[in-house]
Design a protein around this ligand. Sequence first.
Ligand SMILES: Nc1ncnc2c1ncn2[C@@H]1O[C@H](COP(=O)(O)OP(=O)(O)OP(=O)(O)O)[C@@H](O)[C@H]1O
Length: 275
Amino acid sequence: MIEFRGVGKRFADGTDAVIDFSLVMPSHRVTVLVGSSGSGKTTILRMINRMVDATVGTVEIDGEDVATLEPVQLRRRIGYVMQSGGLLPHRRVLDNITTVPRLNGMGRAEADERGLSLMDTVGLDRTLARRYPHQLSGGQQQRVGVARGLAVDPNILLMDEPFGAVDPIVRADLQAELLRLQRDIGKTVVFVTHDIDEAFLLGDQVVILSTGGVIAQQGTPAEILANPASDFVADFVGADRGRRALRVVEQDGRRVVVDGDGRAAGVLTDDPAAR
Ligand SMILES: Nc1ncnc2c1ncn2[C@@H]1O[C@H](COP(=O)(O)OP(=O)(O)OP(=O)(O)O)[C@@H](O)[C@H]1O
């Protein structure tokens, strides 16, 4: 479990990126931070692995204050996947995936075996192992990024707009793959996006942020869809979805998400484990 208590971040130039953020991110669940540009999502994410240090408040992982942990060690045991993969351009795919295990002291043969097996896990053909990142499609690069994030078998996987740079069809593919993967591996995932549809698709817990990392609403997709806490949330939830206008209706005692044409898009449950 990751817990933020009264966390704030003021950058050196005086920008208050995050003002007073408190939240529990449950273990083995996907928490999605969603909000418009500049709302503080990336800053919050990076305070977990100390790429950014909080100015006030505490961030705890399983009861341990991250401020007491050595940042490099911390980063090597937390997976981090960023937009456009963040791959090292001059290193081959397999070497990109195995960078951190190798830094952690794993021998090459073992690391390579693990890397190849991770390529299977994320749906990458092993024949791509010797290629360089620029020889891959955008979707393949993202998969390498996910494999790299999983390479140290972390309990926590931080994902910062990981599918932001690919076209909608590849993106849907990657989202489906992540859901499948998460069913198998059950990591504690913190996922940042500005796409509310992506948030509702992937999140067990969705946290809608306004400027300063202020929580406008948090809850399951069902809770938020059924009861937007404010006009801000209603607007945000409604903004991108003119086409589909997803909404929740009761059908046969179940809460069903339907699109603008009344077609069922999914069944909602309050129990994340049941999804
Ligand atoms: N190093 C920095 N120095 C000063 N201000 C910063 C720094 N990093 C971020 N900020 C500011 O903090 C605020 C929050 O930024 P952050 O990147 O966390 O937002 P975000 O919600 O992730 O945005 P986006 O969706 O555009 O990535 C913004 O106003 C941003 O300009």
